[in-house]
Ligand binder design. Structure first.
Ligand code: PLP
Length: 393
């Protein structure tokens, strides 16, 4: 009998560098491998499992909806879709929502909205400015919007109309703005490039610049949304409101979904401009409704802020003990630490061997994005394991 790793090596496209465990089950903040070994999960499916694993309310909602109506088309009204639309739009003072199946697809919707807005209101402007080191997805347009040349090079030429400038640099955005510009797309905290936190003055300044120039501000809250940073949306820390924002990841607690939310002014789609076979289907939206309600009822956004502050404090404690840690940072339950040498993959591997799941975003940066249900005691357990891993480096 071949092992699962051998099957992967034989049949799966060579897209992922995987850790050497086969995960088969989860409960709360823990997952188990096929041999029955538990791991404390500080990655949460890359910021997806915000209710942890196997949350009874989410499981029950999915079970119930699966037995009622899994899917029909968007040619009909369906109830979970409209319930989730109301919950999100009312919570965020957005205007209108469209559901997709993933983050990249949500951003594609935002890009199309911006282009149509430019056509209608800015004389055909179509260019979108993004930030260096951003991450907006893996489709061609979202790779073009992603300010990382190494992700674009194998697929050149990129679709036209995208340019990126340094993050946290308002003047760079001002200089890059031309009559062709229709929108600016940013993450409030850059996730995939290692939890780079947007400065308050920068984000407020970009909002003001967009207002002055008549540009749309698109905030990609795919990783930062759903309470991850201690607010429902990370933009709330800065009291700014995007014209368009996107969600995905935690929105349905692990069931694939994405959403693009736009103010009334920016909601320029008319029938047949955009669509999706699966997007917003009853199963995904019922999971989304259960996730949203649980997030609120169990006060998980508050937990994210409180336990996130505890996590940052404990990372600072680690930094004081281990000179190999160069810098720590975090906002809510989105945290990272940089190492002085290229040892982040070794730290992640050694932690795994000790029953702790971490993620490295580069050779020097380790990221922690646990479920929002995590307790201070579980954070302490994770930090103690990292302490032992760093001591043994
Ligand atoms: C900020 C941000 N935008 C977009 C995406 C793409 O989302 P998906 O992988 O669901 O397409 C990600 C995924 O990591 C992300 O972090």
């Amino acid at each position: 009998m071949p092992t699962w790793q051998e099957l992967e090596a034989k049949y799966y496209m060579k897209t992922f560098v995987r850790q050497p465990v086969v995960l088969v089950r989860g409960e709360g903040c823990r997952v188990w491998d096929e041999s029955g070994r538990p791991y404390l999960d500080m990655v949460a499916g890359l910021a997806v499992n915000i209710l942890g694993h196997g949350h009874p309310r989410l499981v029950e909602a999915i079970r119930e909806q699966a037995g009622t109506l899994i899917h029909t088309t968007n040619l009909y009204y369906t109830i979970p879709q409209l319930q989730l639309a109301e919950l999100i739009v009312e919570r965020t003072r957005g205007g209108r929502i469209f559901f997709a199946n993933s983050g990249a697809e949500a951003n594609e919707g935002a890009i199309k909205l911006a282009r149509k807005y430019g056509r209608l209101h800015r004389g055909g402007a179509y260019q979108i400015i993004s930030a260096d080191d951003s991450f907006h997805g893996r489709t061609l347009a979202t790779v073009a919007a992603t300010g990382q040349p190494k992700l674009q090079a194998p697929f050149a030429p990129m679709p036209a109309g995208f340019t990126s400038v340094p993050f946290n640099d308002l003047e760079a955005i001002e200089r890059a703005t031309t009559p062709e510009t229709c929108a600016i797309i940013l993450e409030v905290v850059q996730g995939e490039s290692g939890v780079n936190i947007g400065d308050h003055d920068y984000l407020v300044g970009v909002r003001r610049w967009c207002d002055e120039q008549g540009l749309l501000l698109i905030l990609d809250e795919i990783q930062t949304g759903m309470g991850r940073t201690g607010r429902f949306l990370a933009q709330e820390h800065h009291e700014i409101i995007a014209d368009v924002f996107t969600l995905a990841k935690g929105l349905a607690g692990g069931v694939p979904i994405g959403a693009v939310v736009a103010t009334e002014k920016a909601s320029v789609f008319t029938p047949s401009d955009h669509g999706s076979t699966f997007g917003g289907n009853p199963l995904a939206c019922a999971a989304g409704v259960a996730t949203m309600k649980t997030l609120i009822d169990e006060q998980l956004i508050e937990n994210s802020a409180r336990v996130g502050a505890h996590l940052l404090g404990r990372l600072r404690w680690l930094q004081a003990r281990h000179s190999v840690i160069e810098r720590v940072r975090g906002l809510g339950l989105m945290a990272a630490f940089d190492l002085k040498q290229d040892v982040a993959p070794a730290v992640v591997r050694a932690a795994l061997e000790r029953g702790l799941i971490l993620n490295n975003t580069s050779a020097r940066t380790v990221r922690l994005i646990p479920p929002l249900i995590i307790t201070a005691a579980e954070v302490d357990e994770a930090v103690e394991t990292i302490d032992r891993v760093l001591a043994a480096l």
